[in-house]
Design a protein around this ligand. Structure first.
Ligand SMILES: *[C@@H]1O[C@H](CO)[C@@H](O)[C@H](O)[C@H]1NC(C)=O
Ligand SMILES: *[C@@H]1O[C@H](CO)[C@@H](O)[C@H](O)[C@H]1NC(C)=O
Ligand SMILES: *[C@@H]1O[C@H](CO)[C@@H](O)[C@H](O)[C@H]1NC(C)=O
Ligand SMILES: *[C@@H]1O[C@H](CO)[C@@H](O)[C@H](O)[C@H]1NC(C)=O
Ligand SMILES: *[C@@H]1O[C@H](CO)[C@@H](O)[C@H](O)[C@H]1NC(C)=O
Ligand SMILES: *[C@@H]1O[C@H](CO)[C@@H](O)[C@H](O)[C@H]1NC(C)=O
Length: 498
């Protein structure tokens, strides 16, 4: 597997770097001379003010249109209404609607309760968040129409509330749509109250031109009685806390999106596709919550973090008229053991030790190689924490390529894409000696992607996607180095990507 050409090159460099070569990592660390160069990680706290200001400014309220939008259209997928403070509609990247786990579950008509009843004349529909779609249900009897409406909600993933009303004086309903029924059933992904009829009157003239000829009667609301329960974690995540009425205020904050609905899958997809933080790496945690103004849902916040946190940092309960509700934290699962090497520690609190074996990791050398892949517990070499992986002979005895093999834990989902992410650094031996520094990722024994010819690089985040075979048969290794072109590897993660 080794490239002979590479070996010749590495050996040549070994000879020229003679001026004042730094000692090999094992000797250097043993002397205790290296200073702690580990990153003083600048960590960003949640920008609560920006989230709440944007949440106040955004308007996601909507009801069923009275224009020529036909009934029964499929619900639109969740979308972003604001990203990092910029208001504007955009799609969720790579969204896979099949994996929408905010699903309906087992429900029947008895699982719904009336939230409010309507009035006979001069009523209004709800104008609120998380509008899904509308249908026309039979008006031969109110109860039959209602049953049809609730059954449709039950069969629509994420639907938790319906607004059912008569719409009189709309020619499209009276004579164009084949249903020939004026009983309108409007599906929502959040529960609304009669208070949310007010927006209809406010917007009536400006938004819907012919509304003045239309009258609404008996506009009532029915909600799923148990909406908080049975919310499955998105694939690749685990629930850390929630639902509670406080949002995280925590380090490692990477920005936020406001969503059209409370979709943990959409938020997971935002996190999966968010670019890495240069210091703290990939998104590893998200906090999803709903902002309400009194009883009125306002928007759904998806805040992303490169460092997992928990309920202990959830102290943001809102601001002004906006309050935090339904706050849940989800941690991204890494499918390798001890990716940050921190379980490898020196006995007796020694300052320094290294080994070819560590919890979750094995370092291997070519047949006649010496310590070409090792794990060090020595903070100055680590990206974060105190332990780190090293590619390249620890004592500088040869210039062979070493291989660090991880332990994949849990069965991966076959044919799903996973992201391998880590930080690398190749500054150890100085600019000249590190010129040939490189690494390659081996997935199930095969090199994936192009060889990373990194040369002299300070800690940098790397990511590549791979496809799982599943069945516990997936393997991950990283190889490279070739002393003195040492490559340090730290904070390795294997995440479900898509
Ligand atoms: C290590 O760093 C500290 C502070 O940055 C400095 O005072 C000290 O002289 C350094 N020691 C060595 C051996 O470079
Ligand atoms: C909250 O609702 C009140 C009226 O009910 C409104 O005046 C106020 O602007 C709303 N605040 C936000 C942040 O939406
Ligand atoms: C109006 O709604 C109520 C439920 O709130 C229902 O019992 C009643 O039958 C409806 N009236 C008509 C005329 O459909
Ligand atoms: C049902 O709706 C249709 C269409 O608007 C209307 O013509 C009819 O009179 C309604 N029937 C009842 C019983 O309200
Ligand atoms: C509004 O009503 C007029 C006539 O009543 C009709 O020609 C027009 O198409 C309607 N516009 C919409 C948007 O429904
Ligand atoms: C995993 O490996 C085992 C043993 O080699 C084999 O029997 C099994 O079919 C493999 N599973 C998959 C999904 O490749």
């Amino acid at each position: 597997m080794r490239s002979p050409r590479l070996l010749v090159l590495a050996a040549a460099v070994l000879c020229v770097s003679a001026q004042s070569p730094r000692l090999p990592p094992a000797l250097d660390a043993a002397q205790g001379s290296a200073n702690n160069t580990a990153l003083d990680t600048p960590s960003t706290l949640t920008d609560t003010a920006s989230i709440l200001d944007t949440a106040s400014a955004v308007n996601q309220n909507q009801g069923a249109p009275t224009d020529d939008t036909p009934p029964g259209l499929p619900k639109a997928p969740p979308m972003v209404t604001a990203l990092d403070g910029q208001i504007g509609l955009s799609n969720i990247p790579n969204s896979n609607s099949n994996s929408d786990s905010t699903g309906a579950g087992r429900r029947d008509v008895s699982d719904y309760e009336q939230v409010f009843a309507g009035t006979a004349g001069n009523d209004a529909p709800v104008v609120g968040t998380a509008y899904f779609t509308y249908i026309l249900v039979t008006n031969s009897s109110y109860e039959d129409g209602k049953a049809q409406c609730l059954a449709t909600c039950t069969n629509t993933k994420g639907c938790v509330f319906v607004n059912l009303y008569y719409e009189l004086g709309n020619p499209l309903i009276d004579s164009v749509y084949p249903e020939k029924s004026n009983l309108k059933c409007v599906l929502f992904g959040d529960v609304h109250t009669a208070e949310e009829k007010a927006d209809y009157w406010n917007r009536q003239l400006s938004v819907q031109p012919n509304e003045t000829t239309i009258s609404i009667q008996n506009s009532s609301g029915y909600a799923l009685a148990t909406m908080d329960s049975e919310l499955a974690a998105p694939d690749g995540y685990e629930l850390v806390f929630g639902p509670i009425s406080a949002a995280n205020n925590a380090p490692g904050y990477m920005g936020f999106a406001l969503l059209t609905e409370y979709s943990v899958d959409a938020c997971a997809q935002m996190c999966n596709t968010r670019g890495p933080d240069p210091n703290t790496g990939a998104c590893k945690y998200f906090n999803i919550w709903r902002a309400v103004n009194g009883s009125k849902p306002k928007t759904y916040t998806c805040a992303m973090y490169s460092e997992p946190t928990d309920a202990s940092t959830a102290d943001n309960t809102g601001q002004g008229s906006l309050h935090v509700t339904l706050s849940r934290g989800y941690k991204r699962i890494s499918y390798i053991a001890d990716g940050d090497f921190e379980q490898y520690t020196c006995p007796n609190n020694a300052d320094f030790c290294f080994d070819t074996r560590a919890p979750g990791w094995t370092g291997t050398s070519p047949a006649d190689g010496n310590d070409d892949a090792t794990i060090f517990d020595f903070a100055p070499y680590a990206h974060m924490g105190t332990s780190v992986g090293l590619l390249g002979s620890a004592f500088g005895r040869d210039s062979y390529i070493g291989t660090l093999t991880a332990t994949v834990v849990g069965d991966l989902l076959p044919e799903r894409e996973y992201a391998v992410q880590f930080f690398y650094s190749s500054t150890y031996s100085g600019k000249e000696s590190e010129t040939p520094a490189f690494f390659e990722v081996l997935w199930n024994g095969e090199v994936v992607g192009p060889r990373a010819n990194i040369g002299y690089s300070a800690w940098t985040s790397f990511a590549i996607t791979v496809e799982a075979v599943g069945g516990g048969n997936d393997t991950l290794a990283i190889r490279g180095g070739g002393a003195p072109a040492y490559v340090f590897i730290d904070d390795v993660y294997l995440f479900l990507f898509e």
